[in-house]
Design a protein around this ligand. Structure first.
Ligand code: NAP
Ligand code: MG
Length: 503
C-alpha cells in the first residue's frame, strides 16, 4: 500500500536495503512478496524421454540457480549425445506409431488439455519462472504464463482445420521437430514451439536454456498428466553442446531455434546441405520512434515498457530510441523522471518493475556495453535506485547524444540500457532505423495515421507497433528480417514451418 512518508529503506527477500521509494513522490511501498510455498521444485530433475523421467546416460547434472539470490534451486540432467539420440528415437517412434495416425480432432483434445492444465497451475508456474529466471512476478503472472496457455488454446483450434489454413492444399507433418529455446521467456518460448508442432502432427524434442530449465520440466509434468502418448514430447536439458547434438541428429526433420544470431548462424551452417527445415528467431535492435506530434506521456510509458520490460531481456526490446529533435529535451526529461520511480529488486515482490538479470555472464555483458557507451562519449544516466546486496541486478540506464555508428546503437545488449538518438525528417529516421544488421521489431509514436503507414511500409522489421509496444497475441505472427532470422511463429503463419504442402 502506498503511504506518504519520508523515503526509507526496507529489507526484502531478495537482499538487504532495497530502496523502495518513488523519488518523485516520496511514497514508499511495503514489500508484497508472492509466496514461494506454491512452487514445488524437486531437488533433482532427470530427462523427460518417452513419457518417463530417465537418468542421463551421460551421468552428468548441472545446477540451476535463482539469479536474484544466487541460491541453488535444483540440479538438472545434462543430456549427452546418447541421450539426445534416445530422445529423437522416442520421438521418431511416437510419430510413426501414434501421432501421425491419430485423427486431428483427437490431437486437438490433448493440446486443449495442456492449455487448461497450464491455467490450473498458473500460479506455481509463474513463481517458478520468476525464481529460475529473475523476471518480476507481475510479468510471469500476467504475461508469460497466460500467453503460454493462450498459444496452446490457439493452436489446438487449428489442429483439425488445416484445410482452412491452407485452402486447396493437402498438408503432411514433417516428423520429429528439434526445438531449442533461450532463457528470456522460458515457458512462453516452449509454448510457441510445441503448440504448432503438435497441432500439425509432428513430435518434439525440446531443449530449454541452461539457466532456466524448470518451467519446461514442469511442462513435462503437465504433458505426462495430460496423458499425451509417450514420446510425442520429449524435454531434454543441457547446455550448448546438447543443442548442437540435437541439430546434427539425422532423425530430426525440422529445427526451430530461438536465440542469438551468432548461434543461429552456426545452426544454419550445420543444417546446410541437409533436408532439415529450419526457422530462426534471432536477435534484434528495435527502433522506437517518437515524432513531435505524439502523445508524449504515452510514448514515454511505451519506451519505458519497451526497454525495461523483463530487464531488457527481450529480442524485440525497444533498445534504440529515435526522438524528433524538437521534443528530444522534453522526452529525455520525462524518461529520467519515470526511471526514478521504477522499483528494482526482489522479482517475487509484486511491486517490482525490474527484476534480476538472468545470469552473471549476462550482467557482465551488460556492464561491458555500459562502459563501451561511456567510452564512445555518449551521455550516461542511470536511475538513483539502490540495488540488492546479492544477486545479479542492473540499474535502468540511458545514453543520450548517441551516434548512429556507436556500438550501443548497433549491437544487441539484451539488458535495461536505452540508446537515444535524434532525427529531423521522416526519411532520415527511416534510414537510421534500418541501419543495423537486425530487423525484428520497431515502434512508431505519432498522431498521424499517414505517418504510421509510411513508417510501417518502409521500416524493415517483422513487427511494428504503432502507439504501443511489446504487445503479443497468439494469432499474430512474429519473426524477423535480415539477421533477426527467418520463418514466423504465431498465427496462421506459424503453422507453415511445420508442414509439407503436398498438393
Ligand atoms: P543463445 O546463446 O543463442 O542460446 C539459445 C539456445 O541455444 C539455448 O538453449 C542454448 O543453450 C542453445 N545453444 C547454445 N549453443 C548452441 C549450439 N551451438 N547449437 C545449438 N544450440 C545451442 O541465446 P541466449 O543468450 O540464450 O538468448 C538470447 C538471444 O536470444 C538474444 O540474442 C535474443 O535476441 C534472442 N531471442 C530471440 C527471439 C526471437 O523471437 N527472435 C526471442 C527470444 C530471444 P544454453 O543456454 O544452455 O547455452
Ligand atoms: Mg536459473
Amino acid at each position: 500500500m502506498a503511504t506518504a512518508k519520508k523515503p526509507v529503506r526496507k529489507k526484502t527477500t531478495a537482499g538487504k536495503n532495497t530502496l523502495r521509494v518513488s523519488l518523485q513522490t516520496g511514497w514508499t511501498y511495503d514489500p508484497a512478496p508472492e509466496s514461494k510455498s506454491v512452487a514445488r521444485i524437486d531437488k533433482r530433475y532427470e530427462l523427460f524421454i518417452n513419457g518417463k523421467w530417465e537418468a542421463p546416460l551421460s551421468k552428468k547434472y548441472f545446477d540451476t540457480i535463482n539469479p536474484a539470490t544466487e541460491e541453488k534451486l535444483s540440479e538438472v540432467a545434462e543430456a549427452g549425445v546418447a541421450d539426445v539420440d534416445k530422445a529423437v528415437t522416442a520421438a521418431g517412434q511416437a510419430y510413426e506409431k501414434t501421432w501421425k495416425k491419430m485423427p486431428a480432432r483427437e490431437r486437438a483434445k490433448y493440446i486443449f488439455r495442456i492449455a487448461r492444465m497450464i491455467q490450473e497451475k498458473a500460479r506455481e508456474l509463474a513463481v517458478i519462472e520468476t525464481l529460475d529466471g529473475g523476471k518480476p512476478i507481475r510479468e510471469s503472472r500476467d504475461f508469460d504464463v497466460p500467453t503460454a496457455a493462450n498459444h496452446f488454446f490457439y493452436y489446438a483450434g487449428w489442429a483439425d482445420k488445416l484445410e482452412y489454413a491452407f485452402p486447396n492444399r493437402k498438408t503432411e507433418p514433417l516428423g520429429v521437430a528439434g526445438q531449442i529455446i533461450p532463457w528470456n521467456f522460458p515457458l512462453l518460448m516452449a509454448a510457441w514451439k510445441i503448440a504448432p508442432a503438435l497441432a500439425t502432427g509432428n513430435t518434439v524434442v525440446l531443449k530449454p536454456a541452461e539457466t532456466t530449465p524448470l518451467t519446461a520440466l514442469k511442462l513435462a509434468e503437465i504433458i505426462r498428466e495430460a496423458d499425451l502418448p509417450p514420446g510425442v514430447v520429449n524435454i531434454i536439458t543441457g547446455a550448448g553442446a546438447t543443442g548442437a547434438s540435437l541439430v546434427q541428429h539425422p532423425g530430426v526433420s525440422k529445427i526451430a531455434f530461438t536465440g542469438s544470431t551468432e548461434i543461429g548462424k552456426l545452426i544454419q551452417q550445420s543444417t546446410a546441405g541437409t533436408s532439415k527445415k529450419l526457422t530462426l528467431e534471432l536477435g534484434g535492435k528495435a527502433a522506437n520512434i517518437i515524432f513531435e506530434d505524439a502523445p508524449l506521456d504515452q510514448a514515454v510509458e511505451g519506451v519505458i515498457n519497451g526497454i525495461f520490460f523483463n530487464q531488457g531481456h527481450v529480442c524485440c526490446a525497444g533498445s534504440r530510441l529515435y526522438v524528433q529533435e524538437s521534443v528530444a529535451k522534453e522526452v529525455i526529461r520525462k524518461l529520467k523522471d519515470r526511471m526514478a520511480s521504477l522499483i528494482v529488486g526482489d522479482p517475487l515482490d509484486k511491486n517490482t518493475d525490474i527484476g534480476a538479470i538472468n545470469s552473471r555472464q549476462q550482467l557482465d555483458t551488460i556492464r561491458k556495453y555500459i562502459s563501451i557507451g561511456k567510452k564512445e562519449g555518449a551521455e550516461f544516466y542511470e536511475s538513483d535506485c539502490r540495488l540488492p546486496g546479492k544477486g545479479f541486478f542492473c540499474k535502468p540506464t540511458l545514453f543520450s547524444q548517441v551516434a548512429q555508428s556507436s556500438r550501443i546503437a548497433q549491437e544487441e545488449i539484451f539488458g535495461p540500457v536505452l540508446a537515444i538518438l535524434t532525427f529531423r525528417t521522416d526519411d532520415e529516421v527511416i534510414e537510421k532505423a534500418n541501419n543495423t544488421p537486425y530487423g525484428l521489431s520497431a515502434g512508431v509514436w505519432t498522431d498521424k495515421g499517414s505517418k504510421i503507414f509510411n513508417m510501417t511500409k518502409r521500416i524493415r522489421a517483422g513487427v511494428i507497433w504503432a502507439n504501443t509496444f511489446n504487445k503479443f497475441d497468439p494469432s499474430s505472427p512474429f519473426g524477423g528480417f535480415k539477421e533477426s532470422g527467418y520463418g514466423r511463429e504465431g498465427g496462421l503463419h506459424g503453422l507453415l514451418p511445420y508442414v509439407k504442402l503436398i498438393s
